[in-house]
Design a protein around this ligand. Structure first.
Ligand code: ZN
Length: 403
C-alpha cells in the first residue's frame, strides 16, 4: 500500500506551483464537499483523536471562501501550509472516518464520504495516522491548460459485509474440501516487484488457480478459492469463508519480499504465538498489515500481532498444520527452489482458524527477479501446483488410514 502511495506521490513530484483558492466548504449528513476556484494538485485525509478531527491537506491550494457545518462536523478551520498548500480541519461531534474521496468538476471539487464508527475504531485509525490520498488526474488539454481527464480515488471497502461464499469445485461431497486463498487483492496489492511492478495480488491469484486446477485433476478433493478475481478481503474473511464451507485444509498463497533482490526460495509458515526467528516475525508483521488500508483497520479487531493468542483447543490443529507443512517441503524440494529452513512459524492472522489445519505458502520472492520469473511462469505455477497436489494427496491418505 505504501508503495502505491509512493508511486502516486512520485507522479506529482515537480508539480508546478499553482494555487487554487477554497471557494466553498459544505458539509452534508455523511459527506464533505470542498469547492476550489481552480484545479488543485492533490489531497489527503487522516484522522486525529483528542479532540476528534479529520484533517484534509490539499496541495496547490490556499484558504479562502465560506464554510458551513453540519452532520458530524461541528467546526471547520482553514490554514495555509506555505509551499505545501493548505490544511482544512474538521472538528467532529462524533467519531467519523473518511471512507472514500473523489475529485469532480475537472479537479475543482473534492467530495469526501464519511462514516460514523465506534470509539475503538476511531482511536485505532487515529493511532496509525495513515493518509488516504486523492488525486485529480491531469491531461494537458492544450498550451498550459490543465484539464482533468479522469479521477483517481482510493475507496475503502466496508468492513462488515455479508460473506458471499465462493463456488466449490468438485461434486463428490464425501471428498475433503481444500480452500486456496490468493493473498491480498483489490485496494491491497501486496508486495510489488521493484523491477517490473508486478503485484503480489495478481501473481498469487494465478498460482491459486493453477493449484485449484491441479487438485481437481487429481479428483481426490473438492476445491474452493477465497477469491477468483481482484477483490479485497480482510484476513478474518479469508479463513471465515473456509470455516463456513467446513474446509479440511486452508492454504494461503503469498510471495515474499525484502529490500534487496538476493533473497530467494519458497518457505511455508504455520501458526505460533512466537515467531521462529526475526525474519518470520517481520514477515508476520507485513502480512498482518493487509487489514489496515489507509489507516483504517478493516479487520474490525486489533491487528497487533502480540494479541494473537492461541487457545489450547488449537494445539491439535497446529500439529496437523505443521505436519502438512513438512510434507509440502518434502514434496516441493525436488520441484522448486526452497529456502534451507523451509518450515517456519509466526503469529499470522490468516492462519488463526482454531479447527482447520492452515498454512501460508510463500512461493518465492517477488523482490527477486529470478524468483518472480519462475513463480509467475506457467512452468513455475505447474511445479508449485504439483508440489501442493502431492502433499494434499498424502495428507488425506494418511488421515484416512488413521481413522
Ligand atoms: Zn503477502
Amino acid at each position: 500500500m505504501s508503495l502505491l502511495l509512493a508511486l502516486l506521490a512520485c507522479w506529482f513530484a515537480g508539480t508546478p506551483g499553482w494555487a487554487a483558492r477554497v471557494e466553498h466548504v459544505e458539509v452534508k449528513r455523511d459527506r464533505i464537499v470542498v469547492r476550489f476556484d481552480e484545479i488543485v494538485a492533490d489531497a489527503s485525509a487522516f484522522v486525529l483523536a483528542g479532540p476528534n478531527r479529520i484533517a484534509l491537506d490539499v496541495g496547490g491550494a490556499r484558504p479562502g471562501g465560506r464554510t458551513e457545518t453540519g452532520g458530524a462536523v461541528s467546526a471547520v478551520h482553514q490554514a495555509s501550509r506555505g509551499a505545501q498548500g493548505m490544511r482544512l480541519m474538521f472538528d467532529l461531534s462524533r467519531p467519523t472516518v473518511v471512507t472514500q474521496g473523489r475529485f469532480g468538476d475537472g479537479g475543482r471539487e473534492l467530495t469526501l464520504e464519511l462514516r460514523s464508527v465506534d470509539d475503538d475504531r476511531f482511536a485505532q485509525a487515529a493511532a496509525v495516522r495513515q493518509r488516504t490520498s486523492f488525486l485529480p488526474s491531469l491531461g494537458l488539454g492544450g498550451k498550459g491548460v490543465r484539464k482533468a481527464r479522469y479521477e483517481v480515488s482510493m475507496p475503502i471497502p466496508r468492513a462488515s459485509r455479508k460473506l458471499a461464499l465462493p463456488r466449490v469445485y468438485g461434486d463428490d461431497d464425501s471428498r475433503p474440501l481444500v480452500v486456496i486463498d490468493a493473498g491480498h487483492g483489490g485496494v491491497d496489492p501486496g508486495a510489488i516487484s521493484p523491477t517490473d511492478n508486478r503485484r503480489e495480488k495478481d501473481v498469487t491469484l494465478r498460482i491459486a488457480k493453477s493449484i485449484r486446477d491441479e487438485l481437481l485433476r487429481s479428483g481426490r478433493v473438492r476445491v474452493a478459492l477465497t477469491r477468483e478475481d481482484d477483490r479485497f478481503l480482510v484476513l478474518r474473511e479469508r479463513y471465515g469463508i473456509a470455516r463456513k464451507l467446513k474446509a479440511s485444509l486452508f492454504i494461503s498463497i503469498h510471495c515474499d519480499s525484502v529490500g534487496s533482490g538476493t533473497a530467494t526460495g519458497a518457505s511455508v509458515y504455520t501458526l505460533s504465538e512466537v515467531a521462529s526467528d526475526k525474519e518470520s516475525a517481520r514477515l508476520a508483521a507485513r502480512e498482518n498489515k493487509a487489514d489496515i488500508i489507509s489507516g483504517v483497520d478493516l479487520g474490525g479487531t486489533t491487528t497487533d500481532i502480540s494479541s494473537i493468542l492461541i487457545d489450547l483447543t488449537q494445539r491439535e490443529t497446529m500439529n496437523s498444520s505443521a505436519s502438512f507443512a513438512r510434507l509440502l517441503g518434502r514434496e516441493a524440494r525436488p520441484l522448486m527452489p526452497l529456502k534451507p529452513n523451509f518450515h517456519r512459524m509466526a503469529s499470522l492472522m490468516v492462519l488463526k482458524a482454531p479447527d482447520m489445519p492452515s498454512i501460508l505458502f510463500e512461493t518465492g520472492y517477488i523482490s527477486n527477479p529470478q524468483d518472480v520469473a519462475f513463480i509467475d511462469s506457467s512452468e513455475g505455477r505447474g511445479r508449485i501446483a504439483e508440489s501442493v497436489r502431492r502433499a494434499v494427496d498424502i495428507h488425506f491418505a494418511r488421515r484416512l488410514a488413521a481413522n
